[in-house]
Design a protein around this ligand. Structure first.
Ligand SMILES: Cc1cc2nc3c(=O)[nH]c(=O)nc-3n(C[C@H](O)[C@H](O)[C@H](O)COP(=O)(O)OP(=O)(O)OC[C@H]3O[C@@H](n4cnc5c(N)ncnc54)[C@H](O)[C@@H]3O)c2cc1C
Ligand SMILES: NC(=O)c1ccc[n+]([C@@H]2O[C@H](COP(=O)([O-])OP(=O)(O)OC[C@H]3O[C@@H](n4cnc5c(N)ncnc54)[C@H](O)[C@@H]3O)[C@@H](O)[C@H]2O)c1
Length: 513
């Protein structure tokens, strides 16, 4: 194992998030020696101030909201929740994962024939194409390597006129620094992070949550029915959603924040809150990486352009430098960063067996109820002028959901509008949606059509029966008929030339103004 001082690592990885960590561990399989440089938390946003911590908080909040129910024959007495205890549990989850990561790193220390990962704490910046300088509190030193993987992730985007202070005006990075539930909070941005935290805080029922949605629907990239479903659920959970509202300003007073919102209809509203959470997207971490020393500049959006292999795409020949994860401009997801990390190592080892297909990605959205997505939606198909048939099947007709007394959800599947009826995408909401989405991802990947699904025995009672009933409905063979349940089973189609039924994305709205 090379010493970090007189080193020449096989791969130097900057950032230990899902991208960097998966790359380092795939490199172990090849017996390579890796230097993994991390300036902050091991695991990046995959663990802290990101996926694992927010999902732990979500699970706790869902448990709490179930415990608070009084309509199912049980009633918890004296139910209470303390933010510090929640925080403690969330941090416990993060530590559990970080110890697993460290255990693996330690397992491979001092076994040079098996490959190794040397974890180095500090901020890395390129000095040239073969050397980075790592600076920590007390020292700075150089590390050289044959290959480099930039996996530095992204950070919360800031509003130009509102300065975050980490205490009263915060981003998702500061959630774990709070010491108590705010009484009133405003979430600025109604994308995934905004809607997830609105769900979490409203589930705990200690906070009056306001959600600012600058357009007329949350999750602007999803189809209108999904967006409406999520928005209605938030409102049912007690969230006040301010549609078509722009933030004019936040005035800071000693004991509260005064927020001025301007609505598209022309009126304004002043509200008082204790906390404002800015959740308006994430920008790539390219600052102070020494990119100028290797002749690389990010694109207009600040992203690093890469080839399918992850190799940097630039005017200079950077065959030994890769970039992966949130910094690359692909969808900012854990699974994408992890996939790209592994792909970069395969490319370094000349062992790439397939090219990534980003069109069938699965996403889970942690709302109440959860929503899962894979492949195309109506909006993207209409934008591309691809004809399709769509079928919506409500969980109201699914026995497992009836047994759970939890029928608020649906499966919506899109197939090509030809005699093949190839499965193009699915959106599902309700219990267990996150567990079965990947089954449909496989069907899409294999180019399967409706007829394939009709041959399979779906276990009973399972939530997945909704998928099969959807497919049967497309073939006009469902057990329950759209005629009998017009609100629960809806089959429709769209073809190029038909009017656009899905609200265009924000950019198009702005362009047309
Ligand atoms: C609140 C929240 C919830 C999320 N929930 C989900 C979810 O449910 N599902 C999902 O798929 N995705 C989710 N995401 C997105 C997911 O976290 C990211 O897509 C993923 O972490 C990206 O991985 P990465 O390896 O590219 O970067 P990161 O995880 O951001 O890791 C980058 C690492 O690089 C380090 N670093 C940066 N610059 C330097 C430097 N110069 N030197 C040394 N180290 C450096 C950083 O400290 C960081 O640890 C969520 C994100 C947030 C913020
Ligand atoms: N469950 C998951 O998979 C999950 C969870 C959290 C985060 N993530 C990832 O993290 C990324 C970042 O999440 P996010 O929610 O911050 O970004 P996002 O892109 O999902 O949503 C940003 C929202 O902020 C709005 N917005 C932008 N500028 C604004 C402004 N000036 N004023 C008001 N609203 C404004 C946008 O219209 C949009 O609704 C996501 O793209 C996602 O890939 C994934």
């Amino acid at each position: 194992m090379p010493d970090i001082r007189d080193n020449n690592f096989d791969i130097v990885i900057i950032g230990s998030g899902p991208g960097g960590f998966s790359a380092a561990n795939r490199a172990l399989d090849y017996g390579l020696h890796v230097c993994l440089i991390e300036k902050s938390h091991l695991g990046g946003a995959g663990v802290i101030n990101g996926v694992l911590t927010s999902k732990t908080m979500y699970e706790l909040s869902m448990d709490y909201s179930v415990a608070a129910r009084i309509d199912r024959g049980y009633r918890a007495s004296a139910l209470s929740v303390d933010y510090n205890q929640v925080r403690h549990t969330v941090l416990e989850a993060a530590r559990e994962k970080q110890y697993q990561m460290r255990s693996q790193i330690e397992t491979f220390t001092n076994k040079p024939s098996l490959g190794s990962i040397s974890l180095v704490n500090g901020h890395a910046r390129f000095l040239n194409e073969n050397v980075v300088e790592v600076s920590s509190k007390n020292e700075a030193f150089e590390i050289s390597g044959k290959h480099f993987i930039i996996a530095t992730g992204a950070s919360p985007r800031q509003l130009p006129d509102v300065k975050t202070d980490g205490k009263r005006i915060i981003t998702s990075d500061d959630i774990l620094s709070l010491s108590r539930f705010p009484e009133r909070m405003l979430i600025i941005g109604s994308g995934i992070i905004g809607c997830e935290f609105a769900t979490i805080f409203s589930n705990f029922n200690q906070t009056q949550v306001h959600l600012l949605d600058r357009s007329n629907r949350v999750l602007p990239y999803e189809d209108d029915d999904v967006s409406r479903f999520v928005s209605n659920n938030l409102e049912k959970n007690g969230v006040e959603v301010h549609h078509t509202a722009q933030l004019r300003c936040i005035r800071e007073h000693p004991d509260h924040l005064e927020v001025v919102l301007d609505y598209a209809a022309g009126h304004s509203k002043v509200i008082e809150v204790d906390l404002a959470l800015v959740a308006i997207g994430r920008v790539p971490n390219t600052k102070d990486l020494g990119l100028e020393n290797i002749g690389v500049s990010p694109d207009k959006r600040g992203m690093l352009c890469v080839k399918d292999s992850g190799q940097l795409e630039s005017t200079k020949d950077h065959k030994n430098i890769y970039a992966i994860g949130d910094i690359t401009g692909h969808t900012q997801l854990y699974s994408v960063a992890e996939f790209q990390g592994r792909m970069a190592v395969e490319s370094i080892m000349n062992n790439v067996c397939y090219t990534p297909d980003y069109s069938n990605m699965s996403t889970l959205m942690f709302f109440k109820p959860e929503v899962a997505a894979v492949g195309a939606n109506e909006k993207t198909l209409q934008e591309k002028s691809v004809g399709y048939r769509a079928v919506f099947y409500s969980n109201a007709l699914v026995n497992r959901a009836i047994a759970m007394r939890n029928t608020h959800g649906f499966v919506k599947i899109l197939v090509s509008n030809d005699n093949k009826q190839r499965i193009l995408g699915m959106r599902a909401a309700g219990p267990q949606a996150s567990a079965f989405i990947v089954a449909v991802a496989h069907l899409i990947n294999q180019g399967n059509s409706v007829s394939e699904v009709l041959k399979i025995f779906y276990p009973h009672p399972s939530i997945t029966e909704g998928i099969q009933e959807c497919m049967r409905a497309l073939a006009s063979k469902s057990i329950y008929k759209p005629l009998a349940f017009p609100d629960h089973i809806i089959v429709s189609e769209w073809n190029p030339g038909d009017p656009i039924t899905q609200t265009p994305k924000d950019e198009e709205i702005k362009k047309n103004k």
